[in-house]
Ligand binder design. Structure first.
Ligand code: SF4
Length: 569
């Protein structure tokens, strides 16, 4: 059994449901889509009290099942106007699992800023949040630990979320207590801010009960053993996600200076300093850490702790998407610079993809020069203090582009495009077009497929397959970086689910779960008023040849959607 908490912020009442069997399993992205669709949230103002904010933990939450403790956050996105599920690592999903709680929904809005406290005994209180307001996330997190003890985890709305900045995410504590793991995308932090909930604090307690714990633990060991044998996992552990930078730079799909080039460094010019190999060597030589787990039990350990020349921590983690969007996309080439900016972004609790895309557009508008670190730092500090310019920048790429009348604005459905230029990384580009989530690469990332000679129809089929397995992972609390094992271990995963919760699912369940989630998300977006036209890439991707490949985008929304409908029929 797991509890599910319905928290009404208007009168501070709490209704608790008891969940059993499949209701504990169909969670995360699937549960969010189902709940939001049913509640009619598609037509509400996303920053009004009528937009529910959902936190949903996976069926294995609270255990040491590797990469199975993600937390999904869902609501109608104030950035895209469509559905949003933004999931994160860290310890909050683990903590909810440990107090036998599958998740919670926040309804309405509080009249005063509050910290919601959930204890291991099941008590729920609403504490004053005055002391935390306006603080950076690092100071706010330190105060939460001081006030509630070390055996907690939390979800935290940062200072930009407080004033409803659409670049704001929700921060969660990592395994060392840093508030550095974010449900970053889509403006979920602004929705938390609109409810005046500064933080949710949950106790870390003990392994929750399961139908057959012994068998489940056997599956945990077997999944771990399969990870250990997998070369892709070894690369994550040694180099982290930054390895992707070496690859996209090589194939010419890295965002450079507001997506105006696809390669930052030629092979003859030496190593890409924003790439995984260079960063690993530099960081190790300085005494930094690779193979860091953001969630308890994760054996993939793709995270890192990046330090400066004196061995002082600059940020944890330093990841590919940030290196791409806040780095090469803004004309930077030094990982120390990106790490410093990343540290500030984490303290503000903002999405580094959206902020990097926004700053690139700002530079394109002539407001600052590409590569000007001081300009970028000042923009971040404007966001921190919430002055007029800061509040404008905090509205994200599309709105800043419209404000400065910039022609080249890299967004889909109002959300900044991730670090995969869709002219070159074509399947990921199609996934970013088709997903209801906005330009989100994680929805169906297939960066390494050679697309040469392949038709739009063929590539849409590849994208859909990736989108289904990703949606399933996101609906089970699984980190997608384990996909090389998860995707070929349906029997193991489904048996583990049955052992955990006494169900009788068969292996087709995974595919069904993912496809159902996608169908509901598309239905939500349709009800919210989004159309196929919103899936089209910005015009410049079709008209500007990207150096050095010379490629232009060749997939249009109408054709992509026609093929999708055929595949779904
Ligand atoms: S693979 Fe990386 S991001 Fe995923 S849970 Fe593990 S450490 Fe976190």
């Amino acid at each position: 059994m797991r509890k599910y908490l319905h928290i009404n912020l208007r009168d501070r009442s709490v209704k608790t449901d008891e969940l059993h069997g499949e209701d504990i399993i169909r969670v995360g992205r699937h549960f969010i889509a189902k709940t939001l669709l049913k509640s009619g949230a598609a037509t509400v103002d996303p920053l009004s009290p009528e937009n529910p904010l959902i936190f949903s933990a996976g069926p294995f939450a609270g255990t040491n099942f590797s990469n199975a403790n993600r937390i999904s956050v869902g609501c109608k996105s104030p950035l895209t106007g469509g559905i949003k599920e933004a999931n994160s690592g860290g310890t909050f999903g683990f903590a909810l699992g440990q107090i036998e709680t599958a998740g919670l929904t926040l309804y309405g809005a509080s009249s005063e800023w509050v910290v919601i406290r959930i204890t291991k005994e099941g008590a729920i209180s609403f504490d004053g949040a005055e002391a935390y307001l306006g603080k950076g996330n690092n100071d706010a997190a330190a105060l939460l630990f001081e006030n509630y003890g070390k055996k907690i985890s939390f979800a935290l709305c940062g200072p930009v979320g407080e004033y409803l900045g659409l670049v704001s995410g929700i921060a969660f504590a990592d395994t060392d207590g840093r508030p550095s793991r974010l449900s970053a995308r889509g403006g979920v932090g602004a929705v938390m801010g609109s409810k005046k909930v500064k933080a949710i604090v949950a106790d870390v307690h003990k392994m929750p009960t399961f139908h057959d714990r012994k068998k489940l633990m056997g599956a945990v060991r077997e999944y771990g053993a399969r990870l250990a044998k997998e070369p892709a996992i070894d690369s994550f552990k040694r180099v982290g996600t930054a390895a992707m930078g070496d690859f996209t730079n090589r194939i010419g799909g890295l965002p450079v200076r507001n997506f105006s080039a696809g390669r930052l460094v030629e092979a003859s010019q030496g190593p890409l300093k924003l790439g995984g190999d260079y960063i690993r060597e530099l960081n190790m030589s300085r005494g930094g850490q690779t193979a860091h787990a953001c969630m308890p039990g994760c054996l993939i350990e793709c995270s890192n702790v990046y330090v400066d020349a004196k061995g002082q921590e600059l940020v944890s983690p330093l990841e590919y998407e940030t290196l791409g969007l806040m780095g090469s996309n803004c004309g930077l080439d030094d990982p120390d610079d990106v790490a410093r900016l990343n540290g500030v972004a984490n303290d503000l609790g903002v999405d580094t993809i959206e902020v990097g895309a926004t700053l690139g557009v700002l530079m394109e508008a002539g407001q600052g020069a590409f590569g000007d670190l001081g300009f970028m730092m000042q923009a971040m500090e404007d966001m921190r203090c919430g002055n007029e310019r800061g509040r404008l920048l905090a509205q994200g790429t599309a709105r800043v582009g419209a404000h400065y009348k910039v022609a080249r604005v890299p967004v889909i459905k109002g959300q900044g495009i991730s670090a995969y230029d869709p002219r070159v990384v074509e399947v990921t580009g199609i996934s970013m077009m088709l997903t209801a989530q906005g330009a989100d690469h994680t929805a169906g990332n297939v960066p390494a497929l050679n697309c040469k000679g392949k038709s739009t129809e063929e590539l849409v089929a590849v994208s859909l397959e990736a989108q289904i397995v990703t949606a399933a992972a996101d609906s089970l609390g699984l980190c997608i970086f384990g996909r090389s094992v998860t995707n070929v271990s349906a029997e193991l995963v489904v048996t583990a689910l049955n052992d955990a919760h006494g169900t009788s699912l068969d292996t087709s369940f995974i595919q069904t779960l993912g496809l159902e989630a996608l169908r509901m998300e598309w239905e939500f977006n349709k009800a919210a008023g989004l159309t196929e036209d919103d899936d089209e890439l910005p015009a410049f991707f079709y008209t500007e040849a990207l150096a050095p490949s010379g490629k232009t985008a060749r997939h249009h929304s109408a054709q992509v959607n026609r093929r999708l409908r055929e595949l779904l029929a």
